[in-house]
Ligand binder design. Structure first.
Ligand code: IPM
Ligand code: MG
Length: 367
């Protein structure tokens, strides 16, 4: 059988730097665990715009449809702010999500012991935190029609549409229940059924799907109350399922509970392909951080953990994913910190590549 295939799209800003560290990890698994991937690399976002005048070339889109998994760094930067909306770097990312139909976006918020003090919340509130937000990723207000800026009388009106079909809600709900079954069997669904019809339908469909999962304790919360509860006592949650826009907001909130956006991976999953693997793209939750790009300051851990998610969800290598996660824990416990993990602390941070090297050394030590 041929090796599993990976398409790497480093993107913009710190994307290429953090991805270079992921390449070290991929090479390690090839050399030491006989897990060899066919890796190809291409452009996305501003980098693709600079080369081709589009944030995602059709050839790249076609490649993404063929591989077993896509690994993406980050897109965007101030240089591209002046571009027309239709060719902004973010459009490349959104096109990948939409055309690959990656409807379930898994965003874990996990607090590493070594970093519990680093959260802006009290240590007891966040230590041991391990929750998973499932964000619907291919519909809702991000894609609903009508959308645009239109003339209305003597002024303009900006319109976006929140739109969900029953089947769109059902499939992300099902993915979330399946995940809850493998975790603590608790699922909280968040919408605004008090003000939005799409929220009423969301609640109804999630409840209906829940009948197939009697073991999972299902609850519902309005998304604003959910935000409040997430900051008050996040450990009350296990899996949270929510729509595209609420998921965008709530996952940033949940990310910060853990101390640093530089730590959090994500998986975007679609329907199974012919080989049984889900269509999948993995990316760190953080952005392109143009202010620190090219300086060796970026934290590669979110991107490396995204590869760990790929091992787990695309390649059935849960044990190797755990090995990688444990190596990262060990490195953090040993005191390795990139700049984002030091805050006001006066000591010198390690560089992006030194962090990658330390993780490779910890992987070696795990054998
Ligand atoms: C995210 C980002 C994206 C989004 C942007 C870059 C388009 O914020 O992945 O959370 O809004 O979905
Ligand atoms: Mg976001």
């Amino acid at each position: 059988m041929s090796n599993p295939s990976l398409l790497i799209l480093p993107g913009d800003g710190i994307g290429p730097e953090v991805m270079a560290e992921v390449r070290k990890i991929i090479d390690w698994f090839g050399a030491k665990r006989d897990l060899v991937f066919d890796v190809s690399e291409d452009l996305v976002g501003g980098a693709a715009y600079d080369a081709h005048g589009t944030p995602l070339h059709d050839d790249t889109m076609a490649k993404a449809q063929e591989v077993d998994a896509v690994l993406l760094g980050a897109v965007g930067g101030p240089k591209y702010d002046v571009l027309d909306f239709s060719v902004k770097p973010e459009r490349g990312l959104l096109r990948l999500r939409k055309e690959m139909d990656l409807f379930a976006n898994l965003r874990p918020a996990q607090c590493f012991d070594a970093l519990a003090d680093f959260s802006s919340l009290k240590t007891e509130v966040v230590s041991g935190l391990d929750i998973m937000i499932v964000r619907e990723l291919t519909s809702g207000v991000y894609f609903g029609e009508p959308r645009g800026i239109f003339e209305e009388g003597n002024e303009r009106v900006g319109i976006n549409t929140q739109r969900y079909t029953e089947s769109e809600i059902e499939r992300v709900a099902r993915a979330s229940f399946e995940l809850a079954m493998k975790r603590d069997k608790k699922l909280c669904s968040m919408e605004k059924a008090n003000v939005m019809e799409s929220g009423i339908l969301w609640r109804e469909v999630v409840t209906r799907v829940g009948a197939d999962y009697p073991e999972v304790e299902l609850s519902h919360m309005y998304a604003d109350a959910g935000a409040m509860q997430l900051t008050r006592w996040p450990k009350q949650f296990d899996v949270i399922v929510t729509d595209n826009l609420f998921g965008d907001l709530l996952s940033d909130l949940a990310a910060m509970l853990t101390g640093s956006l530089g730590m959090l991976p994500s998986a975007s999953l679609g329907a199974p392909m012919a080989n049984g693997r889900p269509k999948a793209m993995y990316e760190p939750v953080h952005g392109s951080a143009p202010d620190i790009a090219g300086q060796g300051k970026a934290n590669p851990i979110a991107c490396i953990l995204s590869f760990a998610m790929a091992l787990r969800y695309s390649f059935d290598q849960g044990d190797e994913a755990t090995r990688l996660e444990k190596a990262i824990e060990a490195v953090l416990a040993d005191g390795y910190r990139t700049a984002d993990l030091l805050g006001e602390e006066g000591r010198d941070p390690v560089s992006t590549s030194a962090m990658g090297d330390a993780i490779v050394a910890a992987l070696d030590a795990s054998l």
